[in-house]
Design a protein. Sequence first.
Length: 107
Amino acid sequence: MTSTLPDDSGSGRPDRESSASRSSGRPGAAGFELAKLYAHFTSRAEVVDAAMSRDLDRGNEVLDAVGLTGDPLLARERYIDAGWHLVDQAQALLVAAQRELPAGRIR
């Protein structure tokens, strides 16, 4: 059975999560209840925007924690490695953001 999740147009999009699973309060594939998610967000764009903001904050924390003392070349290498690791982790979120958010919102 296919259900729909709200999008910015309000028309909804197909989703693999069944309406029975969503209404029963059972966790979805990601381990959270969709009903609780949609109690806080009214659209996919809002979910993606919140996830991007959270990941940007987390990324800043990770980069701030990189040790920049000692050999400058090694410090630069640690910083670049940490940055690329963050980029690798955020690929799926970036794809979702490019689909759901205006270009000016993606920073």
